[in-house]
Structures are given as C-alpha cells and as structure tokens.
Design a protein around this ligand. Structure first.
Ligand code: ZN
Length: 210
C-alpha cells in the first residue's frame, strides 16, 4: 500500500512538471542558471530533470541511452550530469516527439549520438515550424534522427529490449512511448496530449515491482 502511495505521488508530481513544460519555456528567462537534477529509478535507469521534458537514461555496460534531450540551453548541464554515469556522450537518443523541449539537445549531441525517432519527427525537424508563435528553424542534418520508424522499433541495449511504439493520436503526429520490458508494467515515457495522458510519466521501481 505504501509503495503504491509513493509511486502515485511520484507520478503525480512528475505529471504536473510535464504538463507545464511547454508553458515554462514561454515564461522563463533563458539566461537564468540552469540545473539538471538526477533521480535514480533503478540501478540502471535514471531520470534527469532540466528545464523541458524529463530526460530518461538507461545506463550500463553498453553505455548510455537517453529518452529525449531537453532544450538547447540545458545541453551542457545535461552532458555534465551524464558524465557522472561514465560518459557525457550518450550512444543512443530517442526523441519521443519533435517539440524543442524534447529534442533541441539533438544539436549538441547529434554529432556523437545515434538519434532514433518516428518518421514524422524527422520530417518536422527538417523544416521550419511555428509552435506557440515561436518560429523554429530547420535542424541541421547532424541533429536529425538517423534511424526512423513508422510503428515501432526495438533497441537491444544494456541487457534489455528497449522498445519505442508510435501511437497515432498523440499531441503531435510523431509521438512515441518508450517501454523497458524489464520494468514490468512500467511505462517509461508518454507524450500524449495532457488532456488524455500526462506529457511524460515516470514510475518508480516500487511501482514496477507491483
Ligand atoms: Zn510537446
């Protein structure tokens, strides 16, 4: 019961953070000090909280895989946080969708990391776009997803099958959910409309064992 309560509280607090991620971008001064907070989920899974969408990290013998990479101004601090896991350069990055709070770090990490995402994420990042009145220039080629999928993709990494699944009725046309099968019944990342689902849900190891 206690475990369930802890898990529920954790999810709710993250729920609030994620829902307002886009609004935060509008209101915050981009020059203010940026910190990245690391939260341990299991021995090999971490959550990193910067300014945009929460970043997930699988850490192990194969290196580091991250889910989303936050705003561009967070990248240097995110790299610092990743360095504590052994390398400031993740081998693999999943973009759960194309919005900047989940993908601008591609411009920092893209020359060293392999970026994976739904086909429409690459399409959207390849062209100019306008979100909440803010114009986004096309990303440079090295910051675009290299491997794309229409429905799902598995990455066999750190002794588990990390699986990205596209759900068509998300808040963009390229939303994916990332699953870690070892964490039974856990959903790693969700990027649906906040009306239907939180923008990014994390569950604790306690919840995963229920
Ligand atoms: Zn978004």
């Amino acid at each position: 019961m206690l475990k369930k309560f802890i898990a529920a509280s954790f999810i709710l607090s993250l729920f609030s953070t994620a829902i307002f991620a886009h609004r935060k971008h509008e209101n915050e001064n981009p020059t203010q000090d940026i910190t990245v907070k690391t939260i341990k989920i299991t021995d090999h899974v971490y959550m990193l909280q910067g300014r945009g969408g929460n970043v997930g990290a699988s850490v192990g013998a194969d290196g580091i895989l991250i889910v989303d990479d936050d705003y561009a101004q967070v990248s240097a601090k995110l790299a610092e946080a990743l360095k504590t896991f052994g390398s400031e350069k993740p081998r693999i990055i999943f973009n759960t969708h194309w919005h900047g709070d989940h993908s601008e770090g591609n411009k920092f990490f893209g020359k060293d990391s392999l970026i994976l995402a739904h086909t429409n994420v690459r399409k959207r990042l390849s062209v100019e776009s306008i979100v909440l009145g803010n114009k986004t220039e096309p990303y440079p080629k090295f910051a675009l997803p290299v491997l794309t999928y229409d429905q799902s993709m598995s990455v066999h990494f750190n002794d588990e099958e990390i699986r990205a699944v596209h759900y068509p009725n998300g808040h963009t046309d390229g939303d994916s959910v990332i699953f870690l099968p070892k964490l039974t019944s856990c959903i790693w990342a969700m990027t649906f409309s906040p009306v239907d689902f939180p923008s990014l849900i994390w569950t604790t190891a306690a919840a995963c064992k229920e």
